[in-house]
Design a protein around this ligand. Structure first.
Ligand code: BGC
Length: 409
């Protein structure tokens, strides 16, 4: 293996999860309410999820044994602040134990403060767009500061703010006329976008005031919008409110999180459906691994000088060999970007576990399978393959596969 695929020890090599998708019984969150409303986009509720609220030691044991050196997980606002201004010390202590449990196992924890879910009371007072949401978020972050006070080097304030603003627009459409846009996602809600940018700044300030050593950033969903010939201006205008405004807001942060899964094609009239002949994943997205390299290049252009961390990248598939193939392609595109000078400091795969994919369990992104009846965890070959990189610190060559896994097309 050539030395140019060598990763420094400081390079983060991990897997990601989020609280709502794995913990189970997250009854006080807006999403739980959404899952139990009459809105029919939800196929099944999250229920017990992976029961990781209780089984997190097992999750971390597996990741450490597999060779990962880092673990990104989120803490749940609706558990920490079940009623406005009422904080659960026991829940904060629970998440602190997770941080210490990660450190005990040799996993460096990256803590996300908000991953899509808010307390019900926050949603009922108008969500992010309501006045004072930024201050309420900062108050929660201050109350949770024991979690990241020591032993945590990276805090992600808000996961995919652009998708949070899109979800605000979707929820409004569903509750008003029950419709969604015909192709692709709707325009992010503008008031939510502005509020999230303010909330990020407030949270960064709060984290730094409590734990100055922590490196803060937020993670943006990158859609790798590609313009068809003649549609460049349309694509630029399309991209700005959906992505670039959030990337620009990361300028000057300690790092910027890049989350990439696929690409979006833009024609003269706007977004185009996935081409008929393209392979699709279980989420219906185009199989397009090289999106990752393109995403980091775009982020570096929009937030020059800000170090990048890939905080999510992965594929929903029932065929683990395709996961290896996809990930090898994604890592190859990442390595090429790094060779071209893009400053990338870490890679987290989405996801550690097969978990709740926002409305259903069918799209399995996990490196580790979870039995829906017994919650038994079974690492897939991809988990061993990717974990081995953590141990060797050498990126896999394209097409390199674990024994017995066919990465062919
Ligand atoms: C989110 C995850 C989600 C994943 C796959 C990202 O948008 O942060 O929560 O499960 O993509 O859809």
């Amino acid at each position: 293996m050539s030395s140019d695929r060598h990763l420094p020890g400081s390079f983060l090599w991990g897997a990601s999860t989020s609280a709502h998708q794995t913990e189970g019984g997250n009854t006080n969150s807006d999403w739980w309410a959404f899952e139990h409303s009459s809105i029919d986009v939800i196929k099944e509720p999250s229920g017990d999820a992976c029961d990781s609220y209780h089984r997190w030691p097992e999750d971390m044991d597996l990741l450490a044994e597999l060779g990962f050196t880092d673990y990104r997980f989120s803490i749940e606002w609706s558990r920490i602040e079940p009623a406005p201004g009422e904080f659960s010390r026991a829940t904060v202590a629970h998440y602190r134990r997770m941080v210490e449990g990660a450190l005990d196992r040799g996993l460096r924890p990256m803590v996300t403060l908000h991953h899509f879910t808010t307390p019900r009371w926050f949603m009922e007072r108008g969500g992010w767009a309501a006045a004072g949401s930024d201050e309420l978020f900062a108050r929660y972050v201050a109350a949770a500061s024991l979690v990241f006070a020591s032993g945590v080097d990276h805090v992600c304030t808000i996961n995919e703010p652009n998708m949070v603003a899109v979800m605000a627009a979707i929820q409004r459409a569903l509750t008003t006329d029950g419709s969604q846009s015909p192709v692709g996602l709707p325009l992010p809600d503008e008031a939510t976008t502005e509020a999230l940018i303010r909330a990020h700044a407030c949270a960064v300030e709060t984290v730094k005031s409590r734990a100055p050593h922590v490196r803060t950033g937020w993670s943006v969903a990158n859609q790798v919008y590609q313009a068809l010939p003649g549609a460049e201006d349309v694509a630029t205008a399309f991209r700005y409110p959906r992505e670039d405004v959030f990337l620009e807001a990361a300028r000057g942060d300690d790092w910027l999180g890049v989350q990439s899964y696929t690409r979006g094609l833009i024609g003269p009239d706007g977004p185009l459906p996935v081409p008929d002949d393209a392979e699709r994943t279980l989420t219906g997205w185009e199989y397009y691994p090289q999106a990752l390299g393109e995403a980091v290049r775009h982020c570096a252009a929009l937030a020059p000088g800000t170090p990048l961390i890939v905080t999510e990248n992965g594929i929903a598939t029932a065929d683990d060999a395709r996961r290896v193939h996809y990930t090898a392609g994604a890592l190859d595109s990442l390595t090429r970007a790094m060779h071209d000078g893009i400053d990338v400091r870490g890679y987290f795969h989405w996801s550690a576990l097969d978990n709740y994919e926002w409305g259903r369990y069918e799209p399995t992104f996990g490196l580790i399978a979870v039995d829906r009846e017994t919650f038994a965890r079974t690492p897939k070959p991809s988990a061993g393959w990717l974990g081995a990189v953590g141990r060797s610190r050498i990126l896999p060559a394209v097409g390199e596969s674990p024994a017995g896994v066919n990465t062919g097309c």
